[in-house]
Design a protein around this ligand. Sequence first.
Ligand code: HSE
Length: 420
Amino acid sequence: MKFFKNLPILFLVMICFISFVSVNAESQKETVNIAILGYGTVGSGVKEIVDNNFERIEKSSGKQVKVKKIFVRGSHTELLNNSNVFTSDFEAILNDPEIKIIVESMGGLDPAYDYVKRSLENGKDVVTPNKELVATHGAELLKIAAYNNLSFRFEASVGGGIPIIEPMISSLNANNIKQICGILNGTTNFMLTKMINENLSFESVLKIAQELGYAESDPTADVEGLDARNKICILASIAYGKHIYPKNVHAEGITKISSEDVEHAKNLGYVIKLIGYAKKEENDKISTFVVPMLVSYSNPLSIVNDVFNAVLVDGDCTGAVLLYGKGAGKMPTASAVVSDVIGCINNSKALKKVYWEDSNNKDILNDFEDFEAPFYIRFQKDNTEEFLITEKMKVKDFNEYTQTFEKLGFRVFSKIMVLD
Ligand code: HSE
C-alpha cells in the first residue's frame, strides 16, 4: 500500500534522473577539431560559419566542431600576436593528433599542394575550395585519400555555394553524362552583366568584383578564363572518370569582348557569356574548352546574371539538369566548405569513392580545332561595318575562312562561338 502511495514521487525522481543523464550526454558530445589553412575570404568565412552556426552544425554532424588552429604566414603579425588560435607553424598542425580535418583555403599550388598531400598522408581528412589544386593534382590526392581511407572533398571548388560535386557523384551517378555546359566564373559573369546593363568600363567593374571578394588574388585567372578552365576540368574529370589537365584544355577569357559585340548580340537575340563546356563526342573522346559564347535568349544560361553561376548537366537518363546559385563570395563558398567538413565527420563514403584515374589526355581529348559550332563574326570593308552568324563549322575551318576574309581586304574585329 505504502509503495503505491510513493509511486508518484518515484516516478518524478526517475524523470529527473533520465533528464540529468541525457543533458549530461548532450553536453559531453565529442569535439572535432579542425584547422584552417589561410585566413582570406573563404578561410575567414569558414571560421564565421563554424562559430555562428554552431548548433546547426552540431545537429547535422552529432559533434561539436571547433576551429583549433588557423595557419597564416609569418607576416600576419597582428593576427599572430592577438590570438593563440593563429599560428604560422604548419608542422605543429600536421603533428597535432587532436586535429582531424584540415581546411585548405590558401589557394594556389605552393604550398597548398605540399600541405594537403602531407595532411592526407598524416591521417587527416582534407576539405578545399582550391580549384587549381584539384584540377592539377586531383587524381593523385584522391588516390592518397582513398588509400588512407580518408576524405578529400572539394564541393566549394566549383560553383561556390552551388551543390554540384555531390550531385554529380551521387544523385546523377546512374547517368552517362552527355554534356556539361556552365557559367563557372562569378567575377566575369558579374563583370559582363554590369558592362551590359550599366554600361560600366571593364576596369571599373573588375575593381568592384575585387572589392566584393569575388575575384582571385590575381584576377587574370578570372578574366582570361583560367579559373573557369580549372572548374570545367574538375567537372569533366568526375563525369568521364579520367583526369583532364587544364594545360591541355583551350581557354579564352572576356578581355576581347567589346560593347559593339554585346549590342549586336542583343539585336540577334543572344547574350555573351563565358562558358565552360565538356561533351562526350561520338568518337568517344571529350571536347572541352572555355570560351566566350553567344547564348540564345531561349537557353536558361542566358538569364544567369551577376555573381551567379549555373551548370547544365545533360544526363542520358535525366536530360538537362540545371544547378544555379552564387558562384563566388565569402559566405556561399564557405558554406560549401563547412558542409564538406560535416560530410567528413559523418564519414560519408561518397567522396572516398570518387576517384578519377590519371590519364594521358592525348588519348581522350578531341582537338579544339575540330569542334563544330556556328560563329559570330564582326568585320569591316570599305568603312562599312557588318556582322553575321555562320553555318556550323569546325573551328579550324572558321579560322581559315576569316583568314581568307582578311586577304580579301576585310578587317575582322571579332570572332565569337555561338552555343548551339
Ligand atoms: N574567382 C572565382 C570566381 C571565385 O569569380 O568565380 C570562386 O571560385
